[in-house]
Ligand binder design. Sequence first.
Ligand SMILES: Cc1cc2nc3c(=O)[nH]c(=O)nc-3n(C[C@H](O)[C@H](O)[C@H](O)COP(=O)(O)O)c2cc1C
Length: 187
Amino acid sequence: MTAQPFHAAGEAPPPTPQEMRSAMSVFASGVTIVTGLDDGEPVGFACQSFASVSLEPPLVLFCADHRGRAWPRIRRSGRFTVNVLGEDQREVCGRFGSRTGLKFQGLDWSASRWGTPSLPDVLMRAHAEVHAVHVSGDHDIVIGRVLALEVLKPGKPLLFYRGKFGIDDGLPLELKPPFLGWGDHWG
Ligand SMILES: Cc1cc2nc3c(=O)[nH]c(=O)nc-3n(C[C@H](O)[C@H](O)[C@H](O)COP(=O)(O)O)c2cc1C
């Protein structure tokens, strides 16, 4: 089956938010939890828009929705840890991808040297300080200068693809409602 473009080239209005969400969901990614410590309280959110930016100096990035509650607090604290989830950590993603429920309750986290929360059983942690923040539409592009890396264990990463965990070959190819993306599943 061949997927149709949303609009013919040349006469295209820009894609709607739903079309953006659906199309971008075919780009598979890992899942991270970005954590920080604000006023002694651990905060964090699930984040798939993590990427490496520069090797020298060591820089990483993530994109944070302006509606998020954790990001302004992480920004204020000036430091964060990116915790890369393994494939058996769907529950951790669920709790940090939700606006309801206590994210750290019952979780065996520890404070890093920089005070930022280190989550247990993750594949890798990148500890960083906020280096630059670029406002881009409804998100901030956050550049972090890496202070330390911890590569903790081998293992398969948690994958997020077309709004679901893992690669599901059975999903239809058409880009039509219901649109897929994390915003449809987590509030
Ligand atoms: C798999 C997954 C990936 C996500 N990626 C991002 C992301 O890259 N940027 C972002 O701002 N929110 C992302 N979210 C949404 C936030 O985790 C979600 O809105 C969360 O409830 C925000 O919590 P907060 O309001 O306490 O900060 C993602 C959620 C999931 C489940």
